[in-house]
Design a protein around this ligand. Sequence first.
Ligand code: ABC
Ligand code: CA
Length: 609
Amino acid sequence: MRSLTSIPLLLSLLGAVETVHAATADQWKGKSIYQLLTDRFAPPSDTAPARTSPLPSTCDPALQTWCGGTWLSIIDKLDYIQGMGFDAVWISPVSQNIDVYTPYNYAYHGYWVNDPLTLNPRFGTSDDLKALSAALHSRGMYLMVDVVVNNVPGLTVNDTESSKTLVTDGSRWTDPSEFHPQCWIDYSNATSIEYCWLGDDKLPLMDVNTENPTVVSTLNSWIGNLTTTYGIDGLRVDAAKHVPGPFWTDFCKASGVFCIGEVYGSDIANAASYQTQGYMDSVLGYPLYYGIVNGFGTPRGNMSAFVDIASQTLASFPNPGLLGNFIENHDLPRWRNVTADAQLAYNAMVAQFMFDGLPVVYFGQEQDFSDGAADPYNRAALWPSQYANSTTYNHIKKLNDIRHAVISNGTSFQGKNFLDSQTKIVASTKTDVAFRKGPLLAVLTNRGSPSESQAFGVPTSGWSSQSSVIDLLSCKQYTVGSGGAISVSYAAPGYGGMPYVFVSQMDAQALKLCGNVGVATYVSANSTTSAKSSASMEISSSATLPLVLAGLISLGLGAMFAIGTSIGMDISISTPFIASKSKSNWISGSVPLRLFVTLFLVILLVFQH
Ligand code: ABC
Ligand code: CA
């Protein structure tokens, strides 16, 4: 009897636990986020019927109209997102939009919110949004919702006329006191950015008076309700730079969850002020985005600009680990529209994932979508891609896997783990950059796909000379050269300017991302050219015979050196195995030691054969 009465209580308690799923900045640390537009990510299905009728026969982004995606249809494709290793999904704004034809067509994107307090019926019902939230949580994933409070669409620049339209449109704000007086934003003036209007005279985005006490209290109690009702874990705050900062401090506190703001622009100090002033937990990494565009947007682009922006970012943000790092979004050109070169794109993505911050991948990036130099063409539906298991999909999976593995293993370097170590740029040239974050060393270039018999030497990798390291992207093994130098090759045909993510061999074994990379089981190199011209050593298990020969040659060389040095000759020689920038340290070792090591190697290899 007693147990029967407690069942409903238990269920309601479980329900409460289910909906109250707020996540703090600390809990978001280390997560990676998939950004999607609800209308365009997944098509209607039997379990997710369309809520717009009729739908266009094909989803042409130029039409700027609804294509049928809903909160329920997102659930259909969560395997696809989770399969890439994402921890969180950021969806379009969930609130009611104007539902009329405008000079820019329809509000399929969800940003023309006219009532934050009501859900957008085009995307589903309250139960549907709860279902999406529950589906994500049951996978251990987070839900991030985009929120728009700065502006509401007006349809006319005339304040009084606007008020009338707003009433008939069902707008939350209708009284002129709830808006800032009309003026268009002058981007050279900080006050204007906060108090004037976004949009244009064809579709004004009326600036909400975020100092009006009624507006403020309505918004603050709404956001607290929204996050608890739907179990929202984080907010992407639209147009954050257009609202005076102190408003956000209270709004984000009221939300009870992690807030990441959109501060669109390259001004690092301005973006950093959101963290330093405590306006919100973090911002999207617009400055770093411009850095990546400069550094990796064009072959042999401006790597020093990347290094500059990256260093300033690290110096200016109190918590760069919470920045949202992206290389495309619904307002920007597709990355593959910026660059057609696959290796450049791969390098940019490694920067996005390995730098301090939370990687944010915009849906379609994993399918190399390249149509879309601008809104609305950068918002194509994903379904024509058939959710293919593309190369880039797998690259992203690999990068997420690397992050998960180092985070869950607590892999550390000099006593600091991945999340607690700040990115440190350790070397750069006009075309290359190497940065360390904890146990990982990313070595990137903007040379592009064509191969060239060139190498990039990182003089001090942080690892000791002669130790073994693994590139987690190719699973190839390298030997660190003298003074801790690592040098990478760009000579592999078709793989020219490839990226590298190194980890010590010992850590690689623990991470289990490259099979068993033990001392005796060297991973086969897929290109001998890269091994030869590479400054570093790669040993293939199928290449024992050539190695025996190499050993014998070395023995000969060793003997030559022994004789040469004993008769006072100054011999300097560079072998194909040794970093071009650094000379072999075993060549500079003592003669008996050299001979002994060579002999030992030869015996070992013959045995193995
Ligand atoms: C509509 C049509 C488009 C048409 C456009 C004029 O109107 O759809 O076809 O071209 C929503 C919709 C859009 C819609 C707009 C306006 O509303 O999604 O489709 O465009 O009706 C957020 C959202 C965005 C959303 C809104 C509005 C805000 O992400 O999707 O748009 O709720 C500014 C805002 C930023 C806003 C962005 C679109 O506009 O700050 O919040 N995004 C400079 C400024 C930025 C400015 C940016 C673009 O231009 O500094 O503040 O963003 O206008 C660098 C500089 C930067 C500079 C860039 C361009 O160059 O360092 O400072 O940014 O070098
Ligand atoms: Ca404003």
